[in-house]
Structures are given as C-alpha cells and as structure tokens.
Design a binder for this molecule. Structure first.
Ligand SMILES: CC(C)(COP(=O)(O)OP(=O)(O)OC[C@H]1O[C@@H](n2cnc3c(N)ncnc32)[C@H](O)[C@@H]1OP(=O)(O)O)[C@@H](O)C(=O)NCCC(=O)NCCS
Length: 305
C-alpha cells in the first residue's frame, strides 16, 4: 500500500504484527467480547456490574455511547456508564475513575474496557501512521477489596496539555468540521500525526510522571514488580523505563504482536503480564501512558489475585 519495509518498521517501532477487525464488526463487538471474557474469568453475571466505563476514540458512532451498546450486549441490567475519551491514556484514566467509584463506597464492581478500531480511522496512503496502529480490546473488573486486605489501587498522577492537540488528531467528524465532501476529499477523517513531536513529548512525560508518582509513594523503580506501559513505540518504552531504573525483564512489551491499539494496549499488556507470570498476587504494577490531547497518566496498583 505504501513505500515501507519490514526492517524500517521493526527497527523504528518494534512492531511486527497488527490485528485488523473484520469489516462486519465494530468497536462495541470487540468490547462485548472482551467484557464477556472478563465476566467468565471472574465467574460472575453481567447483572453484578454496576457501572461500565468504555475508553475509546473510535466508538461505533458519536452517540449512543459505546458503553450503552456494551451494557445491552452483555445484559448488564441496572448498570450505568459512559465513554471516556483520552486516547492512549484512556485505560489509565478509566481504571483510576473506577477505583474512585469503588473507594467512595457506592460501587462494588465496575467494568473498564479499553477498545479501539484504529483501522477505521487510518489513512492507508500515509506510511508514517498506517504502520503503527492496530485494533483490539481488553476488559477488567475493578472490585472492592475485602476488609483489611492489602490490595488494589495505590495512587494516580495525571495531566492534560491541550497545547499539544494539533500534533495528533482526527480533524473532522465533530462540530468543528462536520462530515462533508470536502472533509472526505481532504482526508480529514483520518489520524494526523506529527510523529517526532509526539515521540519527544511521550519519552519525557512518561518518565517524569512515573518518576514523580513513585517518589510521592516513597518507591523507586526497583520496588516495581512490573511496568505495564502504553505500547506506542518500543523506543519510547525503553527510554522511559531505563531512566526509571526498572530492569528490562520487568517491563511488559507486546507491541511486536499488536502494534498501537490506543486504549486497548494496557489491558492487553496486563493480560500478557499475567500469562507470562510477571504479575502475581501482592505485586506492585505501574501503569503508564501518554497519548493524543496531550493526555498523560500513571497509576500504581497492588495486584489482588
Ligand atoms: C512515527 C515514528 C515511528 C517515526 O519514527 P522517527 O524515527 O521519528 O522517524 P521520522 O518521523 O524522523 O522519519 C524518518 C524518515 O522515515 C520515513 N518514514 C516514516 N514512516 C516510514 C515508514 N513506514 N517506512 C519507511 N520510512 C518511513 C520518514 O518519511 C522520514 O524520511 P525522510 O527523512 O526522508 O523525511 C515515531 O516518530 C513515533 O513513534 N512517534 C510517536 C508515535 C506515537 O507514540 N504515537 C501515539 C502516541 S500515543
């Protein structure tokens, strides 16, 4: 489709494989599949879920929200919920929000889904973006810990910086530039990115945010059992984790198998951290993401099972 080659992609990004959703399906279909997996693994009914937070920048449509489609699709009768738009930081923001709902005492089980069908908003004539992104979804259930149990959410640090908004965006399809012949002709319904700007910001902010979050909790990189970073570019992850003093074997990398799936990278990487034996009961996990907006977020969790 474009002038590129495997060597450039692997060396500059770490990506070997990406997954593309079948044309007959949309983001909510993947989200529902992921939600059903999480429910089955936990062995509970959808009716036990009290709220559903769907983190995505590629909803089926602007409204109804994908959360509503998921609620109906899994039969989560009685749940409320909403979509959360924070691009690659979506899952870090969503899980933090869920933890606060649970901590407030008003909710016992909140489902958080990170899902994006990036292939629907990629310009497959733009080699600087089309090789980077793939489709995916992952779901978790955030629950109240038992009384006295040392597990769960520890802390979160976040920041948004709208001055970086022009460097990574989809310009049309909203109220600023509603769909028209002109927006389609000008390829404005696709991802536009100034890669180097985003790259430099991501390396700096992923490091600084994690550093400050660890310091605030009296921790160093050595105290972290596993770092689960957003998977945008292997070089961003390597640079940030190296400066944090987290040894490479504790850093979950699966960008080779999925590319950048936006809000889905961290739940997919969490699943892989568990299956690789990197995340066990009592371990401290550091989640970190930087994305369009700009949006930045990092969180610390003590794993509960
Ligand atoms: C996009 C990205 C991989 C590009 O890597 P880079 O090392 O910065 O490369 P540059 O943009 O400097 O481009 C270097 C050259 O490679 C070329 N190039 C870009 N994409 C290419 C591709 N797929 N195949 C071959 N060459 C490519 C560029 O055109 C440029 O050529 P030129 O020097 O002749 O102009 C990198 O900038 C990146 O990962 N950015 C952040 C992406 C990101 O994190 N996005 C999501 C945030 S959540």
């Amino acid at each position: 489709m474009v002038e590129t080659n495997d060597q450039w992609i692997v060396e500059r990004t770490g990506i070997r494989e990406r997954h593309i959703l079948d044309k007959s399906q949309a983001t909510s279909d993947m989200a529902i599949a992921a939600a059903k997996c999480a429910l089955a693994q936990r062995g509970i009914e959808a009716t036990e879920i009290q709220a559903i937070i769907v983190c995505t920048v590629t909803p089926d449509m602007l409204f109804p929200s994908t959360a509503c489609l998921v609620q109906n699709g899994i039969g989560a009768r009685g749940a409320w919920g909403f979509d959360l738009v924070a691009a690659c930081s979506g899952f870090v923001y969503g899980t933090t929000t869920a933890a606060q709902l649970v901590a407030s005492g008003t909710h016992r089980k909140v489902m958080v889904i990170g899902c994006d069908t990036m292939s629907r908003i990629l310009d497959y004539t733009d080699r600087a973006t089309c090789v980077l992104f793939g489709d995916g979804a992952g779901a978790v259930i955030v629950e109240a810990a038992d009384e006295g149990e040392d597990a769960g959410f520890i802390d979160f640090m976040g920041e948004i910086d709208g001055s970086g908004g022009d460097f990574l965006k989809m310009p049309a399809g909203g109220s600023r530039n509603p769909a028209s012949h002109e927006t389609v002709e000008n390829r404005m319904h696709f991802v536009h990115q100034e890669g180097q700007q985003v790259f430099k910001y991501a390396v700096r902010k992923m490091y600084e945010t994690c550093r400050d979050l660890l310091a605030r909790n009296g921790l160093t990189g050595e105290d972290i059992s596993v770092m689960i970073p957003h998977q945008a570019n292997r070089r961003i992850i390597d640079a940030a984790s190296d400066r944090l003093g987290i040894s490479p074997e504790k850093v979950l990398i699966n960008i080779d198998a999925y590319g950048n799936t936006t809000a889905a990278t961290i739940p997919l990487a969490t699943r892989d951290a568990i299956s690789r034996g990197l995340l066990k009961k009592g371990d401290i996990a550091l989640l970190a993401a930087v994305g369009a907006g700009y949006t930045v977020g990092a969180s610390l969790w003590r794993w509960a099972y």
